[in-house]
Ligand binder design. Structure first.
Ligand code: BTN
Length: 256
């Protein structure tokens, strides 16, 4: 059982997670918060579910998580101050905060993989899926979905990157309440940095990105491109260098 009391003592934020919803089962925490008719609109609302029937990840992949073992939650952002900026960088803010939280509590060395995977020892420990609803050319609500593998030790399915969990890396069961509170505390800090300067968030993110400067391939469906991972531009797109030319990559899976 997730102890709301234990979580609440550890939560140190002003906005993020102050409106907190805990549910046993839902289709997807992202889909629920994205849907306006569910009437949640408070900026910083966090929805945590023990089990998602339709938990999904990037590339329409299913996100599996066994009930009670991990953290699957979403954060709703509705304040214009975030949505009017280069909100794509929030993807980076969200994954950076996972890396910071895991390093702070457990001293596990994390690495970030473009666009927003968190790795430990080359294995995926967390993923982020940001989704939004717009009206005209304005983003109305933005949801950041986070899946952190906490105490799971067996994973089903086919994976591009081998999954791991905090428990597998540490060899001990860990407190989900602590991980979530530390994450949200950290995310609020990174968000403040984003408000002041999205470029600073990108700089911190790049410092943890192991593949910068490496020869990589990028797969998007059937297409694969090759080159050197030159940089990430100010909008968060990957710059791939090949034969002296730089190509901007908007989407895809990066591999060595
Ligand atoms: C990925 O690595 O592909 C992103 C995975 C994101 C999964 C989380 S779990 C909570 C939230 N609800 C969803 O349906 N997906 C995200």
């Amino acid at each position: 059982m997730f102890s709301l009391e234990n979580f609440d003592i550890k939560l140190n934020t002003d906005i993020i997670g102050r409106n907190f919803i805990y549910t046993d089962e839902i289709d997807s925490t992202n889909s629920f918060l994205l849907n306006k008719s569910n009437k949640f609109s408070v900026d910083g609302t966090v929805l945590l579910a023990e089990k998602q029937e339709k938990g999904h990840g990037r590339n329409k992949k299913v996100w599996y998580s066994t009930r009670g073992y991990n953290l699957t939650f979403s954060i709703l952002l509705t304040n214009k101050k975030y949505l009017e900026k280069n909100f794509n960088i929030l993807n980076f803010a969200a994954s950076l905060a996972v890396a910071n939280a895991i390093e702070n509590i457990y001293q596990l060395k994390t690495e970030l993989k473009w666009p927003n995977d968190v790795l430990v020892n080359g294995k995926k420990i967390a993923g982020i899926l940001m989704e939004s609803v717009s009206r005209g050319n304005k983003i109305e609500r933005l949801v950041i979905g986070v899946g952190i593998n906490v105490n799971q030790i067996l994973f089903q399915g086919n994976f591009n990157i081998t999954p791991t969990s905090i428990k597998l890396e540490l060899n001990e069961t860990v407190e989900r309440e602590r991980v979530l509170a530390e994450y949200l505390n950290n995310f609020e800090e990174v968000l403040a940095k984003f408000e002041a300067s999205p470029a600073e968030v990108l700089k911190d993110w790049k410092a943890k990105c192991g593949l910068l400067g490496e020869k990589i391939s990028i797969t998007d469906g059937e297409k694969t491109k090759y080159g050197v991972f030159d940089d990430i531009d100010e909008e968060g797109f990957l710059l791939l260098k090949n034969k002296g030319k730089i190509e901007k990559i908007y989407y895809g899976d990066v591999n060595i």
